[in-house]
Design a protein around this ligand. Structure first.
Ligand code: XMP
Length: 333
């Protein structure tokens, strides 16, 4: 039987009881496979790697070593939350690497989106590999692969072209040969979430919106600068806060801010004030292949606009992207 094919008999995990049964089964399988060996996991803070971390720490405790790489392109407070939940609450053996300067130095002056993605993906592997070499006696690499990833790579293997290159920790250097552990590889996203809650992960972490691997790097358009990236991070935090206040966080599939490398003339404190626009994007989709626009009520748009222009240094306008996919992709790069 191909272990990358979901058996027709496998029930969809929709309830706490089914999730508990899955967790018990996986814990037994993981213990049987790993024994007293050590497992390494790149923990991004996304739903999939978080669920794998919570499952593995339950199965093998401190034999799991997680590495969280902050590439400097995380959203506001994101790395801090990862540390709080995994190191402080779940007692996970967590290595935190602040690699902001490594990434931003490499990205300086690079404006082509695919080049940016490639630099971020490759440097992520470099940083992770550097950390892996420092840790001795690791035999296994855990990955948060889920079933749609397997289906997607099968499609690509059949020659269908991907619109944008995505990155994960595959492609580690030759000297790092790990066996793979992928405990949620037969699950769909909704099932991963049910399992995550059953494992005791915070609701906000389990139901968080998807966030691309290259992070804010593909939302700070063109060549990334630290000041524009900081403005983007603050504006995005305000958007997320106002969506939460309005009860929209779990209703809308993905919502975020984009800041292009364009300035317009504005006025502040009776003087000319040149600033960037913050572009709001809020979309709904089932599979990210096509997407529709969330109609944000005007009162909320006004509040977001007032807050961003008053609170974020460098931003003097707020725009609302009304383009569905197609013809716009969800991200601008
Ligand atoms: P697009 O922009 O292609 O996005 O319509 C579809 C979904 O994919 C996410 N996305 C990425 N995820 N690495 C990722 O891990 C990437 O390079 C990447 N680019 C886009 C995007 O956020 C959306 O959910």
């Amino acid at each position: 039987m191909d272990c990358n094919v979901r058996p027709a008999s496998m029930a969809r995990i929709t309830t706490r009881a089914l999730a508990d049964a899955f967790i018990e089964e996986q814990i037994a399988a993981i213990r049987a496979e790993i024994g007293d060996k050590k497992v390494l996991l790149a923990l991004s803070g996304g739903v999939d790697s978080s669920v794998v971390a919570a499952l593995l720490v339950k199965a093998i405790g401190h034999q799991l070593v997680c590495v969280h790489v902050n590439h400097g392109l995380m959203r506001k407070d994101e790395s801090e939350n990862v540390i709080e939940v995994f190191r402080n609450q779940l007692d996970v053996n967590l290595v935190y690497v602040d690699a902001t300067d490594r990434f931003l130095d490499l990205l300086a002056g690079v404006s082509d989106p695919e080049k940016k993605r490639k630099i971020i993906g490759a440097e992520f592997i470099n940083v992770f590999a550097d950390e892996a070499r420092k840790l001795s006696g690791i035999d296994y690499l855990a990955q948060g692969t889920i079933y749609p990833d397997i289906l997607e790579s099968q499609k690509q293997a059949e020659g269908k072209k991907a619109v944008k290159s995505h990155h994960n920790v595959g492609g580690l250097p030759e000297d790092l040969q790990f066996k793979l552990v992928e405990p949620i590889k037969l699950l769909f996203k909704d099932e991963v979430r049910v399992v995550g809650e059953a494992l005791g992960l915070p609701h906000a972490m389990v139901y968080r919106q998807p966030f691309p691997g290259p992070g804010l790097g593909v939302r700070c358009l063109g060549a990334i600068t630290r000041d524009r990236l900081a403005a983007l991070r603050e504006a995005d935090a305000i958007l997320r806060e106002e969506f939460a206040n309005a009860g929209l966080s779990e209703k809308v599939w993905q919502y975020f801010v984009i800041v292009p490398d364009v300035k317009s003339v504005g006025v502040k404190d009776e003087s000319r004030y040149e600033g960037w626009p913050a572009i709001i994007r809020a979309v709904n989709t089932v599979d990210a292949m096509s997407a529709t626009i969330e109609e944000i009520p005007y009162a909320i748009l006004h509040k977001i606009t007032a807050r961003i222009t008053a609170e974020v240094a460098g931003i003097n306008r707020v725009l609302y992207d009304l383009t569905p996919k197609p013809c716009g992709t969800i991200e601008w790069e």
